[in-house]
Design a protein. Structure first.
Length: 240
């Protein structure tokens, strides 16, 4: 359960069990590629001297969720309260979930497309936006599409979503994906040969999120079998 302190005088905010931050979702291990500008803007906002509202969008695997969770991790050392709200997992709890989060310094809402077209959720988000703005707190939203293409029905909310800085996350090129794979492997204590990396890039999905899931699966299988990750081992585990 994520439990972040709202303020010195307020009770802690509690979210349902299972909503946690990935420990490895941090700015330090995000391979930025062409996304240096958005990372810099996010870091400033987290610290409290950047934009008050930012909107990120990008296709699966570009890193929106990673960056939102990075913002929450980065808030801890500087004693700024923060929460990560993935709507894909939280939609079932209803829009009342958003009622008190304006008391936090930073609110990061992921998967906005999940509630687009839902009048109750849209109204709740509209009011949260206004309360966050009035309190001088930071709201960062991520979705798979830009605001104008989400299918938001509440015109005032769509207008608000376009008020701040809107960033499209750019996918990594193949060379940068190799760098990202190596970095993730090294963080896990794995040594991947060039032949293994080439094989992963040419036989699996080139989507970065899928590549990292594959690496995680190979890591677990390698530990279980007490074997190094080689091309034959990858073929065996992945059935390629």
């Amino acid at each position: 359960m994520i439990q972040k302190e709202k303020s010195r005088s307020a009770a802690p905010v509690q979210l349902p069990l299972g909503i946690t931050l990935r420990d490895d979702a941090r700015f330090e291990n995000f391979v930025r590629g062409r996304n240096g500008l958005v990372c810099a803007a996010l870091e400033k906002s987290v610290a409290g001297f950047g934009e008050q509202y930012l909107y990120l969008w990008g296709h699966t695997g570009t890193g929106c969720s990673h960056l939102l969770q990075s913002c929450c991790h980065a808030s801890d050392p500087i004693r700024r309260s923060a929460v990560y709200l993935p709507l894909a997992e939280l939609k079932q709890y209803g829009p009342q979930l958003l009622e008190d989060f304006d008391q936090l310094d930073l609110v990061c809402i992921d998967n906005l497309e999940q509630i687009a077209g839902d009048p109750e959720w849209e109204e709740a988000l509209f009011h949260l936006y206004n309360r966050m703005r009035a309190n001088g707190h930071v709201l960062i939203i991520a979705a798979s599409l830009p605001p104008a293409k989400l299918g938001i029905r509440l015109a005032d909310l769509e207008s608000r979503l376009n008020w701040g800085m809107v960033f499209q996350l750019q996918p990594l090129d193949d060379d940068t994906k190799v760098v990202a794979l190596r970095a993730r492997a090294q963080a896990r204590g794995l040594q991947l040969g060039d032949d293994v990396i080439r094989y992963l890039m040419h036989h699996g999905s080139r989507n970065m999120a899928h590549l990292l899931v594959t690496l995680d699966k190979l890591d677990v299988a390698s530990l279980s079998a007490q074997r190094k990750i080689t091309v034959p081992f990858v073929k065996q585990v992945m059935n390629w």
